[in-house]
Write a protein that binds this ligand. Sequence first.
Ligand SMILES: Cc1cc2nc3c(=O)[nH]c(=O)nc-3n(C[C@H](O)[C@H](O)[C@H](O)COP(=O)(O)OP(=O)(O)OC[C@H]3O[C@@H](n4cnc5c(N)ncnc54)[C@H](O)[C@@H]3O)c2cc1C
Length: 434
Amino acid sequence: MDESFDVAIVGAGPAGASAACGLAEHGVKTIVFERGEYPGSKNVSGGVLYGHDLAQILPDYHERNCPIERNIVESRIWYLSKEGGYSLSYRDRSFSEERKFNVFTVGRARFDRWFAEQARRRNVLVVCGTVVTDLLQDHRNTVVGVSTDRPDGDVYAKVVVLADGINSPLAQKTGFRPEPKPHDVALAVKEVIELSEDLINERFNVAPGDGVTIEILGEVTQGMDGVAVIYTNKTSLSLCIGANLADLAQRKIRPYEMLEEFKGHPMVAPLIKGGKPTEYLAHWLAEGGYDALPELSGDGFLITGDSGMLFNALHREGSNMAMTSGRMAAETIVEAFKKGDFSRKSLHGYVSRLQDSYVIEDLKKYRRFGPFLLGHHELFTTLPKLTSYAAREMLTVDGVPKKRKQQTIWREIRKHISRFRLLKLLWDGWRSVR
Ligand SMILES: Cc1cc2nc3c(=O)[nH]c(=O)nc-3n(C[C@H](O)[C@H](O)[C@H](O)COP(=O)(O)OP(=O)(O)OC[C@H]3O[C@@H](n4cnc5c(N)ncnc54)[C@H](O)[C@@H]3O)c2cc1C
């Protein structure tokens, strides 16, 4: 541990492992610290991963036995009331043929371990079971290394990459990132439910190896701004549900209670029937978006992935932004080594790279989406109720003429939501995604 390194990386999640692989390819002497017993042991994710971003780091990831669970061929969106709900889905032959492994599911415990192993094979030193407790700074406040919880634990490095996730006491302690405000963070719980491979194929109508994602909005989050998902793995389903921390604190609802109710929903219960819960986890999500981004580079350090709030809440894309930001951090550091300059100015190339990529462009595009959801709680209360009522009325064959049904539905809608509020909802919604 007395040795000094070119680069020290805090965290062996997708951001840290990507940066490590990129640096090792250029012979940069790199050490990664991971507080978990092994990479992935402390990580939670719905489990959807993106082939494009991974291939930019490991083009042959598929031949390296990347632990893929299922290749996603269909995406469903559900809008649920308590009694029922709408389902919109899209399946495409190209997702299972030409563009195989566009999106796939992984178990993060296995995937993160595999990813870190790829870095290890390129001579990166991955040190597990070690918490980075502070950053070392010189008299000019330039970061020059990390302190760890090991007895001989100070390690010097020319650059430190923070890849330590959303719950980063380190970034807060050193003042590099303000503590996220409650409305910038969601708290999600995840349960993994074991089911046989055949049952999953049958219930989701997929061929062996293919899978489905379901993103769910509506009353399932009990009136709070939140979302639930169901993802298919080889022999299990991942169920996640979460809500904005500000809403959770105000409503005093426990996420696991929300999960239990979600599992009993008439559209969810048949999918998980007979399954055995095997894992239960809870984690934060970085939902602040563009307006909550901290300064992502400084003298001697860079912030990547969730630690830098790089998460697209609408599309549930975080692992791809983590991998791409890790890759771009590595590219910038390689350039800095060529110049021998690790100052804020030199490392700012990282931010420019992110700005020129889909990462910042997407975060900017959806910067109004979070405030839109928080400002329109009717999306999680009145609206799912009313839309379900409308569908139920129209689909109930009881001798009442359809025109009269439509008038009754419209009257009911007007009773609960004004025309102005409805127009505002549509206008704000359109502006938040355009
Ligand atoms: C319930 C849930 C579902 C999600 N579903 C998806 C999904 O389906 N698809 C998707 O793309 N994204 C999803 N996300 C988001 C995704 O998980 C993150 O965006 C992604 O993991 C970010 O990667 P990262 O490397 O930045 O951080 P992390 O994956 O959080 O990794 C950080 C690592 O740093 C380690 N660490 C932290 N502090 C220290 C320290 N001081 N010293 C040493 N090690 C430290 C941690 O143990 C961890 O291994 C989900 C998130 C949640 C909570």
